[in-house]
Design a protein around this ligand. Structure first.
Ligand code: FES
Length: 179
């Protein structure tokens, strides 16, 4: 992941007034664009909004949606809250890590997937729950993990399937699961 460049930051900050209330939406925009919050960007935001750097870091580390490290194209959040935990989340996590060949939560070498554990994401009735980017996958089991990951695999591992198809299949799957 390339470092954020000063002109890009200026362009990004252009549309925002220098008010501290804009801190979170600006961080969201940076996160969305670069998939993480580079330190140089945080310094620039702090200066622009006249907010202390520790305060900016506090916000950047408080919310699960922000990352100080580059994350993969697909962020897999495995809920380990109580409801999910008692319904098998540890086994689901174990299967995800095994299938992605990760020794522990983190990012795959190809930057395709980042796996994280999170606390309750607010839909305990659907436990155990895994979120991939903004799509929620309910009632996940170990057996369903390979199928879930397949939806998001890069196209070169799935002959004849385009990246767009892959992403759209992921959405369809998530929607189907929600329904
Ligand atoms: S404990 Fe997993 S959604 Fe609440």
């Amino acid at each position: 992941m390339s470092q954020i460049q000063a002109p890009e930051m200026s362009e990004l900050l252009e549309g925002w007034s220098e008010r501290a209330e804009n801190l979170i939406p600006i961080l969201q925009e940076i996160q969305e664009r670069y998939r993480y919050l580079p330190e140089t960007a945080l310094r620039e935001v702090a200066e622009r909004l006249h907010v202390s750097l520790p305060e900016v870091f506090h916000v950047a580390t408080f919310y699960n949606c922000f990352s100080l490290e580059p994350v993969g194209e697909y962020l897999i959040q495995v809920c380990m809250g109580t409801a999910c935990h008692v319904r098998g989340a540890p086994r689901v996590l174990d299967r995800i890590l095994r299938d992605l060949k990760l020794p522990h939560p983190g990012t795959t070498q190809d930057m395709q997937f980042t796996v994280r554990t999170v606390r309750c994401i607010g839909c305990c009735g659907l436990a155990p729950v895994v979120r991939v980017n903004s799509h929620t996958h309910p009632h996940l089991t170990q057996a369903r993990v390979p199928g879930l990951l397949k939806k998001y695999r890069p196209r070169e591992r799935r002959p004849g399937v385009t990246a767009e198809t892959t992403a759209s299949e992921g959405r369809t799957h998530a929607e189907a699961q929600r329904g």
